[in-house]
Design a protein around this ligand. Structure first.
Ligand code: FES
Length: 106
């Protein structure tokens, strides 16, 4: 099973086994990673699941779709490597993925 590392804003690392087919957001919420609120439950309608994809992984994860990009405008401190974690599906290729949680959501 792929492992994803979430780096909380205080630097704490949460290493989580993430089933393929689930989303990066779902695994954060299920495991209580602090700072991921995911108010809309994964519908790409709230931007409170914002994360920064580690630079080493941005190519593999890929860019956001147009709808996600529009929603990201509502994110806090959005950067070139920002993604909404509900829109990143876990695949075997993403084993080892590292994402960081922003200081706050929205
Ligand atoms: S959970 Fe709402 S946009 Fe991701």
């Amino acid at each position: 099973m792929p492992t994803i590392t979430y780096v909380a804003f205080d630097g704490t690392r949460h290493e989580i086994d993430a089933p393929t087919g689930s989303t990066v957001m779902e695994n954060a919420v299920r495991n209580g990673v602090p700072g991921i609120e995911a108010e809309c439950g994964g519908a790409c309608a709230c931007a409170t699941c914002h994360v920064y994809v580690d630079e080493a992984w941005t190519e593999k994860v890929g860019p956001p779709e147009a709808m996600e990009e529009d929603m990201l405008d509502f994110g806090y401190d959005v950067r070139p490597n920002s993604r909404l974690s509900c829109q990143i599906q876990v695949t075997d290729e993403l084993d080892g993925l590292v994402v960081s949680v922003p200081e706050r959501q929205g």
